[in-house]
Design a binder for this molecule. Structure first.
Ligand SMILES: NC(=O)c1ccc[n+]([C@@H]2O[C@H](COP(=O)([O-])OP(=O)(O)OC[C@H]3O[C@@H](n4cnc5c(N)ncnc54)[C@H](OP(=O)(O)O)[C@@H]3O)[C@@H](O)[C@H]2O)c1
Length: 384
């Protein structure tokens, strides 16, 4: 029996994690859940999984939650204290980090320092502070098991391999809903079109990032830190059928790939069970039903967000943090229909150009640059 805590239990990854746990009540016990503002869903999760600890955004949410569910016997926190309390709690063995944005960076660090296994879905902590985070992992002999499907695939391909023997990572992606669009047609993209991902059902922010290909850029930076490789060793491959979730090439030119259905429960379960593999009721891929299996180079001219992210990956230092913050604000503004699809990369580039690059930022600098970049991006989005 493994004791699990989930930060971001009401999101897309969080609810899929709870579906895995629900299907295996003898193997997993929920110790703690955190959500931001969705108290109705959290109340249902509390009834079903009976956690010992809960964290929500503020007192107002606690009040609302008390009207929906009996909280006696449960420790209830607001998130200024709650996320770290959960991350350090002695009963927690695996912490699933499934919040959106940067809020889980410090709790993730605390969990590593307290010897927890991290099942990491949330990519922003690595994009913002990958260098710092991975140094803390190495110092504490910590363990991060990736949940992002591509990184889970790479992790599985690298299992039991010598680090010196791999020469290249092929990070695959579907290309999003606009893979077949001509550049000029991207002018016509509206919110509904961008939210219509061809293969994966995910939260809104990551769905827009998948449409701009920024998600691949964020994943490139995530992979660079997780697997300790130079960004130049990571090749992005557009593979619309999404059969292969990523591949690794070794020095003898052998390539290992991980394949499976497009269902996040697969990488989530792998991370929860690691180092074991356990049976489940997911389907196998239908090889004979596939009309074709195709691979394309990404078009950086059509998708400038990916070009920006590649450059930020190579620059390192503060570039990832500033890019991520500007992207979050630009995507938020696009979701509110304040800016157009093509204005998203404009906002990010302008904030990156304006920022004073720092080669080795510490955590305080990361947080202050994040704040600065959000403000700058906000000014651009709402005054464009
Ligand atoms: N979705 C996927 O398939 C997928 C795949 C790979 C990686 N990821 C990564 O996993 C992370 C989560 O993605 P998602 O799609 O599951 O996001 P999501 O559906 O938007 O869920 C986000 C979760 O975080 C909580 N949250 C939001 N803002 C918060 C804040 N300021 N403080 C504390 N909690 C907050 C939300 O609570 P409320 O519901 O109460 O607002 C919700 O529980 C992202 O970093 C994403 O890039 C996602």
């Amino acid at each position: 029996m493994k004791n699990i805590a989930i930060l971001g239990s009401t999101g897309s990854i969080g609810t899929n994690t709870l579906r895995v746990i629900h299907s295996r009540p003898r193997d997993f016990r929920v110790i703690a859940l955190s959500s931001y503002s969705n108290m109705h869903l959290l109340a249902r999760q509390i009834k079903l999984f009976q956690p010992k600890i809960i964290s929500v955004s503020d007192e107002h949410c606690i009040k609302k939650l008390r009207q929906l569910v009996n909280l006696s016997g449960i420790k209830v926190y607001t998130q200024d204290k709650g996320l770290e309390f959960i991350a350090k709690h002695k009963q927690v063995q695996t912490l699933v980090v499934a919040t959106a944005g940067i809020v889980s960076l410090l709790p993730t660090i605390r969990a590593i320092e307290h010897g927890k296994t991290i099942a990491l879905a949330n990519k922003e902590p690595l994009v913002m502070a990958g260098d710092i985070l991975m140094k803390i992992v190495r110092k504490n002999k910590g363990r991060i098991i990736p949940v992002d499907s591509e990184h889970s695939a790479i992790f599985q391909c690298l299992h039991n391999e010598q680090k010196e023997s791999f020469r290249r990572i092929y990070l695959t992606g579907t290309g999003g809903p606009f893979h077949n669009y001509a550049k000029k047609d991207l002018k016509k993209v509206n919110l509904k079109m961008a939210l219509n991902h061809p293969k994966w059902k995910m939260g809104k922010k990551i769905t827009i990032d998948s449409a701009t290909l920024m998600n691949k850029g964020l994943e490139l930076i995530e992979a660079r830190w997780l697997f300790d490789v130079r960004p130049e060793m990571i090749e992005i491959v557009i593979h619309p059928e999404a059969l292969i979730h990523s591949m690794v090439e070794f020095c003898d030119r052998s390539i290992l790939a991980q394949l499976g259905v497009t269902d996040m429960r697969l990488p989530i379960q792998y991370a929860l069970d690691y180092p074991l593999r356990c049976a489940n009721k997911l389907k196998s891929p239908d090889f004979f039903g596939l009309k074709s299996v195709t691979f394309f180079k990404p078009d950086l001219n059509k998708f400038p967000c990916l070009a920006i992210a590649k450059k930020a990956a190579i620059l390192g230092g503060s570039a990832g943090c500033v890019m991520n913050a500007a992207n979050e604000i630009a995507v938020e503004a696009f979701l509110k229909e304040e800016i157009s699809f093509l204005e998203i990369p404009d906002v990010i580039s302008r904030v990156l150009e304006k920022h004073k690059f720092v080669k080795h930022p510490n955590l305080d600098k990361i947080f202050s640059l994040d704040k600065w970049a959000r403000r700058e991006a906000g000014l651009l989005c709402y005054q464009l």
